[in-house]
Design a protein around this ligand. Sequence first.
Ligand code: HEM
Length: 416
Amino acid sequence: KIKKIPKEDGLDHSLSMLREGYMFIPNRCQSFQSNIFETRLLGKKAICMTGNEAAEVFYDTDKFARKDAAPNRLIQTLFGKNGVQGLDGEKHKHRKEMFMSQMSPYELNKLKVIAEKQWQNALDKWGNMKKVILFDEVKEILCKSACQWVGISVQDEEMTNLTKDLAAMFESPAKIGPTHWRGRKARNQVETNMSELISNIRDGKLKISENTLLHQFTWHKDLNGELLNTETVAVEVINILRPIVAISIYINFLAVALHHYPHERDKLVKNDEDYYWMFVQEVRRFYPFFPMVAALVKNDFIWNGYLFKKGTLTLLDLYGTNHDPKIWDQPDEFNPNRFAQWEENRFNFIPQGGGDYLLGHRCAGEWVTIEIMKISLNFLVNHMEYDIQDQDLSYSMVNIPSIPHSKIILSNVQSK
Ligand code: HEM
């Protein structure tokens, strides 16, 4: 027997989504006492789901597809056209292999060494600065690291602009007005420059080392044995650069956590690498970042008695799943130790999506993110001293992505 999905009345709730941000799905799941509900977004029927079981069905590629699922405002800022995010089936797997082949322990270690050097350079510079705005500075550390890892050489003067442009791509998707348009402009600009660079490599005007990601992506062949067009390569290279810069958001939250839970700092000083890993996991679970992901129902199916009709937009709640009391004991408490006895599966801890890397859309950069966060945490705890004077460290549960309001101003920074 088919059950009715709990449904909220009204013609459209897109505005409520903007108004409630990260809590849009959790608030409604709470009031319906249900892990699923139906609403209307952008003039269309949409199903929203939360939790382990919901993630499991959402990442079943027989049931959901990604082609045409993302709204245009996201494509124009965050994703770009024809990138891996909107592919399905064999095409997706083949493209995703191109990404995952760059995530070997050897490559990750290369990035780690690069990022440590960039952190050290920045720290040397900060000693002479009255104030350091951590968010802005870390974006630049990460942009430099990302370019070096990918194999793109960028002049110092251009680096500041590139950092700002890449950041605008992830800061603008959920904004309205000028901030949003700034993101679109940034994407057009960087895509154009990157396409030109790729043409120059293909034409032999620019020589680059074969051992670089840029080389691998430039010469990657699709399932028909053809090169991708230069615009698509540009989109995929940006799919590496942009999110590496976005790790700055998590690094901000590392600093916020150290500040709000000072006893944790003492534990980190005394503890081994395992505790660094647990702390990083807890930051990725606890703080808001990517609120939800979207897919379309591939063919009609029934799940838990509910009918999913072909073509229906379906959203999986990432933030809410990471705070689901059915999965997490005291979810609203910051407690790295919970990861000591944590029973991992591919659907219960999903800050960067769930399921499988190759067969599904789980974030290609999860290991990169964890590595960079661990290095950064080590710098914050063991290599520097700083003060966090009176400032607004609160962060919004509405604005996406959420960034502590002061952007974290450090003073009296010194190496130790
Ligand atoms: C996909 C989050 C860092 C590359 C995703 C998805 C999320 C996510 C939620 C979508 C999952 C889905 O659609 O089911 C994050 C967060 C990061 C981060 C919060 C922290 C900064 C990175 C990094 C890289 C990266 C560092 C690259 C080095 C990608 C790619 C995809 C993706 C290529 C598309 C995968 C696909 O469609 O198959 N990420 N990510 N991300 N991420 Fe990340």
